[in-house]
Structures are given as C-alpha cells and as structure tokens.
Design a protein around this ligand. Structure first.
Ligand SMILES: *Cc1c(COP(=O)(O)O)cnc(C)c1O
Length: 386
C-alpha cells in the first residue's frame, strides 16, 4: 500500500524557466539565479538545474553548504556564496571552485591562508557596503582592495567580481537607490586605482532588474521574481502585472469535514466564533510546516473552487477553515493554500481573486511573500512538474 502525501508543494519548473527567460529579456545582462534557502522553499537542486537550462550563467547561494550541495549534484556552473562566516571550510570552497564573497579584511586573510596552503587560486567577489549597512566593507574598503590586489599579484586569489546590494530597490525611483549607485561607482574607482580590474560588477536583485536599468552592470541576481513572485506588491504590482508565473502550488489534505452550529468557538483560545451553522474543514498542515500562526481570515484554502477562509488560530499541524454550509467537500480532498490550478494554464488564472497566493498569506499576517515560501517546512513533500 502506498501512503499518500498529507501536504505537497508542487513546483512547476516550466514556470521558473519562463520567468528566467522573461527576466533576462528584460535586462539583457547575464543572470545569476539565487537559490539560497532551498531555492526559496522550491527545492535547491531542481531549481538550480532549471535556471541554468533556462539561460542563467551563474548560481548564487548564501551558505557554503548550499554551494557544496550543488557541486555534489554535479552542477558545474559558477557559484557565488555570500554568507560564509570566518569559521567556514574555505578549503572545501576553493577545492570545489566556489566563488566567495569577501566583506572584510579578516575574511580575505582566512581565504588567502587556505589558498596558500592548498597552492590553489581562490576566486573572490569583494563586497562593498554602499548604504544598506549590512554586509560588505565600509571604512575598510581601501584596505580590502589593496590587500586583495597584493594577493592577486601573488597568484593566491583572483578578484572575479566587485558587488553590493540595494536596500530599497523595491521602491523604484527612490533617491536612496541613486545614492547607493554613486557609492558603488566610487568604490569601483578605488579598486581601479590600486590596479584591480574585476570582470564582473554586480548590484541588482529582482526589483532592480525589473525597474532600474542603470544598475545592471555585468550580472543581475534574480531571486524572488524567478519564482514568479513580486518583490513588493504595493510598490511594484503583483506577479501577473510583472509578467511572472508563480511556480509554487501548496496543498494539504482535508483531515476532517463536519457540521458545526452557530456560536461555536474555534481553536486554541476560542479566538474566532462561527456566525451561522456551517461546515468546517480541518486542514492537515500547521505552523510546524510554515503556515503562519497569526494569519487572519483573509487567508485560507481553495476547496472545490471555493475560497474558504481560516477561522481561529493555526495550530502546529492543522488549522480550521469555513467551507460553508452547502460545501460538498469531503475528508481526503485537497485544500489549496497557494494556487489551485496546476500546470501550464496557470499564468492567466493565478490571481488573488481566484485563489489564495503567497501574497494573500503575507497580507494575512503582516509579512512578505519571501517569508511565506521560504518557511515551508521539510515535512512538506516537494513534487516537480517539468
Ligand atoms: C537574496 C539575495 C538576492 C535576491 O534578492 P531578490 O529580492 O529575491 O531578487 C540577491 N542578492 C543577494 C546578495 C541576496 O542575498
């Protein structure tokens, strides 16, 4: 007997392929596909392969172990890893031909030491802080480029890239973007002065790729948009308006369907009350699977083409929805938390009017679609459609 899945994230790889092509046509710069955090919950290796097939020439990850997983899957494309604490296994990175982002002189020194002892050349991308005040060198930039130049002359490292990251790219036209670009230009000038000549300068995330042609440089880093989601629905519009196809459908089984009387208080704390006699559905997925506990009734599930809102608090493994008194739903039916139309015609029908989306879930609990998809937990089986 086979056991059916309780909860599934169905990833339409052809949607990812179309999104990569659409975004590359938009920008005309080569693309780095960002596949950190299990490819935003969509599945690291499958998405990386698809993105490369679609034309992305680079892959980007936060963690070194993500990069090593890609190499173990025999993915040969250049990979940049940008969150590598000083205690990381830089030797493994160098041996596996993984490019390292360098945000400080201390990081650079560690990488140089490993490269020397291996007698190999480490490939690095120097990271400059242009205003986000998170990663990258600030006051240390001059020293960082000088040290890097020395090590490059000695053949210990190759400075492949210089890069930075926008804080407000999802507010196109905001002057802070221009300030960051001008700081980036100054940093590039400092690098040039010491004789560095990096092949690849890069600055753009999805939002900048879509809305800031001045920021393209030699490579654009495609994250959320590659998955078919908008970087910010309020400032940039939704997936459909951006010509993107959401790749992920999320569904779970209805564990139980039953009639309940008006006045029933639902869930822990009895925070919600059923107004009329109705039929409820218990959905077999909860906050341990990434369903936000504080989602309000503007989120829910699509069952038999009916949008059925959440009632009460989400529990660890389950939550309750109002199916409506006349619902024909039965235990064992699929409840769609995100999407509902699987397969190729999704482009036109996938909007928040016809089904719940990562954006409706984000709106229902005061976060962004990024957090909704990246938090889908390991108990949810990933299924791939080509
Ligand atoms: C996550 C990330 C990106 C992708 O950002 P999106 O907004 O998802 O396009 C690009 N660059 C870096 C350094 C990142 O950490």
């Amino acid at each position: 007997m086979s056991i059916e899945n309780r909860a599934e994230a169905i990833i339409d790889l052809s949607a990812i392929e179309k999104n990569v092509k659409h975004l590359m046509a938009h920008s005309s710069a080569p693309a780095l596909a960002v596949v950190k955090a299990n490819a935003y919950g969509h599945g690291l290796v499958a998405v990386a392969r698809t993105a490369v097939k679609a034309g992305a020439s680079w892959l980007g990850v936060a963690l070194l172990e993500e990069a090593l997983t890609l190499r173990a899957a025999r993915i040969k494309a250049p990979i940049l890893s940008w969150l590598t604490p000083i205690s990381d296994d830089f030797a493994a990175a160098i041996k596996n031909n993984i490019d390292l982002a360098i945000p400080s002189v201390a990081h650079l020194k560690e990488v140089i030491a490993e490269a020397k002892s291996l007698q190999l050349t480490a490939r690095v991308h120097l990271e400059v802080d242009t205003g986000m005040t998170r990663g990258g060198a600030l006051y240390e930039w001059d020293e960082l480029v000088a040290e890097a130049k020395k090590a490059e002359v000695a053949g210990v490292i190759k400075v492949v890239g210089v890069w930075s990251h926008f804080a407000r790219a999802d507010e196109p036209g905001h002057e802070f973007n221009d300030l960051q670009l001008s700081n980036f230009e100054k940093a590039l000038e400092v690098a040039k002065q010491v004789g560095l000549n990096p092949e690849i300068k890069h600055m753009s995330n999805s939002a900048a790729t879509l809305r800031n042609p001045k920021a393209k440089y030699d490579l654009v880093r495609l994250g959320i948009a590659m998955y078919g989601l908008s970087p910010d629905v309020n400032t940039m519009g939704d997936s459909k308006g951006l010509g993107l196809i959401p790749a992920l459908t999320l569904r779970a089984k209805l564990h139980l369907v039953k009639d309940v009387p008006a006045g029933s208080k639902v869930g822990y704390g009895g925070t919600a009350e059923v107004k009329t006699d109705t039929k409820i559905g218990v959905v077999a997925m909860g906050y341990a699977d990434g369903v936000p506990r504080n989602a309000d009734s503007s989120a829910g599930v699509l069952v038999g083409n009916k949008m059925s809102p959440i009632i009460g608090r989400v529990s660890m493994d389950q939550f309750v929805v109002d199916l409506g008194k006349e619902s024909q739903a039965r235990a064992g039916d699929w409840a769609y938390l995100i999407g509902g139309v699987i397969g190729s015609d999704k482009g036109d029908s996938y909007t928040s009017d016809t089904c719940y989306t990562a954006d409706s879930w984000a709106g229902a609990c005061g976060t962004i679609n990024y957090e909704i998809v990246t938090r889908i937990g390991p108990r949810v089986k990933r299924i791939y459609l080509d």
